[in-house]
Design a protein. Sequence first.
Length: 252
Amino acid sequence: MALYESLKPNYAWAQQVPKDDARIRTEYATVQSPQGNGSIKGYLARPAAAGKYPAVLVVHENRGLNPHIKDVARRMALEGFMALAPDFLTPAGGTPEDEDKAREMIGALDRAQTTANAVATVSYLKNRDDSNGKVGIIGFCWGGGLVNQTAVHAGDDLAAAVAYYGQQPDANDVSQIKAKLLLHYAGLDDRIDAGIPAYEAALKAAGVDYQIFVYEGVNHAFNNDTSEARYNKPAADLAWSRTVEFLKGALG
């Protein structure tokens, strides 16, 4: 029971930015899916002051759009970005409260269509009136893998991409990446880390602007502060500071 409790997400404990924080504005936005495949609903957070802001797409883990990812979007807004966290389970009815069910639904998503939805969201952010026209993306776990796929397929519309412990794309596709990359990995994450050498070799061969950081002694999902079992504050804080600096430099 103690192990189970340590693995359960604690959203209230981990919330860093209140939903009603006066420094930001939040709302829901709808992005049309390409090729007539419905729409994607997303949680949008941006600074309260009027103006044009760099945009960041925030991609959830395999648990769907939950309170933690919404909080990450609000954290991005406090850093001066317009952040949109899409619910990529919208085509399946939206993220359920049951996280086990959410994981099953994520596994059943069509990969190509999900990537197309992410690319469409990049275009949506680029063309909003309150966007400065520069778009980045950040994602975690399953979302980190989708970040890499989006970088492959979004072309020049995507300026910067940050993947936290995400599955790497096929090496043959890496030459299509135009965005600058920041890649965070956990030192104890053997399965995902096994793909680093081939990915880095392909990035070098393609001349992609990239940075890789491996945080030794920490587990996959070390950034998720709702999980007592995996969260590592020193690594998470360092990765976040690098992420914010990178995105401000690429999108500002």
